[in-house]
Design a protein around this ligand. Structure first.
Ligand SMILES: NC(=O)c1ccc[n+]([C@@H]2O[C@H](COP(=O)([O-])OP(=O)(O)OC[C@H]3O[C@@H](n4cnc5c(N)ncnc54)[C@H](OP(=O)(O)O)[C@@H]3O)[C@@H](O)[C@H]2O)c1
Length: 337
């Protein structure tokens, strides 16, 4: 297949061009991409609803994997032939997140992975676990890492604690896998029986159907002896936030990952907290160090990302459409032959 790259532009959507092998700057390296994957933010970037506007003509997608085929003169963090990906934020290596760290993102204002070749800054490079296929390894950067950060910072979920996962998108599915690996009891909320079965097959301890249980927060409390869960990963957004709050124990930690808008927080008496001292925080993916720690843990537990469907690179437009319309269970992957 001839080398191609896709380019995002708010007026024309995706356009495709022939691509020649890029020449890296001294601190960059070039990978031959083998697989990439879509995240909700990639639809938001296309629609102009992501907080960071896409640079016109940028190569989209933060998530992808490939082997190193060219190195800049100063590159020491990878060698030719290594199988690598990159962290979501080009400049967030470790430590607390600062505003400057989130300013540059692959697939938004820095060329990403929807191409035959990708150019990566060496400090952002992450080696992927050897046991994963290319398609699996291409799913970790965004959804995998944010779920990991939610469950392990500022301190990890402890064995036997209750973790509620709200939603069944890719973030939620990674959260289920990481929470189980940490030894938690996992409760999940979903919309349908088929998804419920898939969640049970992944080892979720309790699945609650939100359609049949509109007051699912009461069910969650009932499943925890009335106390509520110690941890909530809300991978939906404002629509579920009040019930997520009411599902939490007195001192619970609620991590709000979902960015979906919903009705304002004005249901009931306007105070979903009641008498609890539960904390809510928002997080944005994770650093390179979080990514590397996650890879180590995934390798120990042999966690395999959940994939829904894979499209070849020349059907990337169809992959976007499928992701937008088909309500997938697991990641939508693009293979680069
Ligand atoms: N902060 C970050 O770093 C970060 C990183 C990645 C993603 N995100 C955000 O996290 C969210 C999840 O992304 P994703 O890619 O994992 O999933 P997604 O594709 O956005 O899927 C969300 C899932 O949430 C459930 N859902 C949708 N509407 C709902 C509603 N009104 N009430 C209850 N549940 C509802 C559905 O599951 P069921 O059918 O099973 O109910 C759906 O499959 C998105 O908003 C995304 O932008 C944030």
């Amino acid at each position: 297949m001839n080398a191609i790259s896709y380019h995002l532009d708010s007026r024309h959507g995706l356009t495709v061009r022939a691509q020649s092998i890029p020449v890296p700057d001294p601190n960059q390296l070039v990978i031959r991409v083998r697989a990439a994957s879509l995240n909700r933010r990639d639809l938001m970037l296309m629609d102009g609803t992501y907080p960071l506007p896409a640079t016109a003509g940028v190569i989209p997608l933060s998530d992808g994997v490939g082997e190193v085929i060219a190195l800049g003169d100063n590159v020491t963090r990878a060698a030719l032939g290594d199988r690598v990906t990159a962290s979501y934020f080009v400049r967030w290596i470790d430590g607390p997140q600062r505003r400057a760290h989130v300013a540059e993102q692959y697939g938004a204002n820095h060329d990403g992975m929807l191409a035959t070749y990708a150019v990566l800054e060496q400090d952002s490079v992450v080696h992927v676990p050897a046991y994963l296929t290319d398609a699996e390894a291409a799913t970790l950067t965004c959804a995998g890492v944010v779920a990991w950060t939610a469950l392990t910072t500022p301190e990890p979920v402890r064995q036997g604690e209750n973790v509620l996962v709200v939603g069944t998108g890719a973030v939620a599915l990674f959260a289920v896998q990481h929470a189980r690996a940490l030894g938690a009891r996992v409760i999940a909320i979903t919309s349908g029986l088929a998804k419920a079965e898939r969640l049970r097959a992944m080892g979720v301890d309790e699945v609650i159907l939100r359609g049949e249980n509109p007051d699912w927060d009461e069910r969650v409390r009932g499943l925890t002896g009335g106390d509520g869960v110690e941890h909530i990963v809300d991978a939906v957004g404002m629509a579920t936030l009040p019930k997520s709050v009411r599902s939490g124990a007195y001192n619970a930690r609620l991590t709000l990952i979902g960015a979906m808008p919903g009705p304002a927080l004005n249901g009931g008496d306007g105070n979903p907290f009641g008498g609890s001292y539960l904390s809510i925080r928002r997080i944005a993916v994770g650093s390179r160090a979080h990514f590397e720690a996650m890879n180590e843990a995934m390798t120990v537990h042999r966690i395999r990302p959940v994939l829904d469907r894979t499209f070849p690179l020349d059907e990337a437009v169809a992959a976007y459409r499928f992701y937008r319309q088909a309500d997938p269970f697991g990641k939508v992957v693009i293979s680069v032959p």
